[in-house]
Design a binder for this molecule. Structure first.
Ligand code: HEM
Length: 150
């Protein structure tokens, strides 16, 4: 592209950006975006949800609360699985890649088991719900922490 054409292209791009996005308003400038929650904070949310689930999963009058808590747990797992545990911060290269993959696989499996728990509760399969919670979710949490938390 010749220099004049390229200068024109830049001017058009700047003009289009200003027209379509407009100048930043004083309100937008004054409002700083909030810091995103850390992995530790997401885990804290997961912990609250998990407590609600384990206390109420076998009580019929708590079903709605427990289903809401399963949704909260799942939302936080989805965000957490793409984050980096602070214990891995010293790693790099292939070692980091391998650890992140292992972490993500465990989080994805956790998500999968929470969906199975949801199905068990929705279909009234109390024995299956009990088994998933005690024999799968608790051990998954504990093993995850042994491997990845400080
Ligand atoms: C239902 C399952 C789980 C619950 C309720 C849970 C809960 C928690 C809690 C309460 C903390 C401490 C947060 C704080 O105050 O700093 C924590 C930290 C942590 N958990 Fe979990 N966790 C679960 C599953 C897992 C799994 C499966 C993994 C890994 C595969 C994992 C990895 C971690 C890591 C890496 C931290 C430290 C956060 C950091 O690096 O900053 N957790 N979790």
């Amino acid at each position: 592209m010749n220099p004049i054409a390229s200068t024109c292209a830049v001017s058009v791009a700047v003009f289009a950006t200003l027209v379509f996005t407009g100048p930043a308003s004083p309100v937008a400038l004054a409002t700083q975006p909030e810091a995103l929650p850390t992995l530790s904070e997401h885990m804290g949310e997961m912990s609250d949800a998990f407590r609600t689930i384990s206390r109420g999963y076998n009580k019929a009058d708590k079903l709605d609360d427990v289903l809401d808590a399963i949704g909260k747990l799942q939302e936080n797992i989805v965000v957490s699985k793409s984050m980096v545990p602070s214990r891995l911060s010293d790693l790099s290269g292939e070692e980091l890649e391998a650890s992140l993959t292992e972490y993500r696989v465990r989080m994805a499996k956790l998500l999968d088991r929470t969906a199975e728990l949801e199905v068990a509760l929705l279909t009234g399969d109390d024995d299956l719900a009990h088994m998933i919670l005690r024999d799968e979710l608790y051990p998954m949490r504990d093993e995850g922490h042994e491997l990845f938390s400080d």
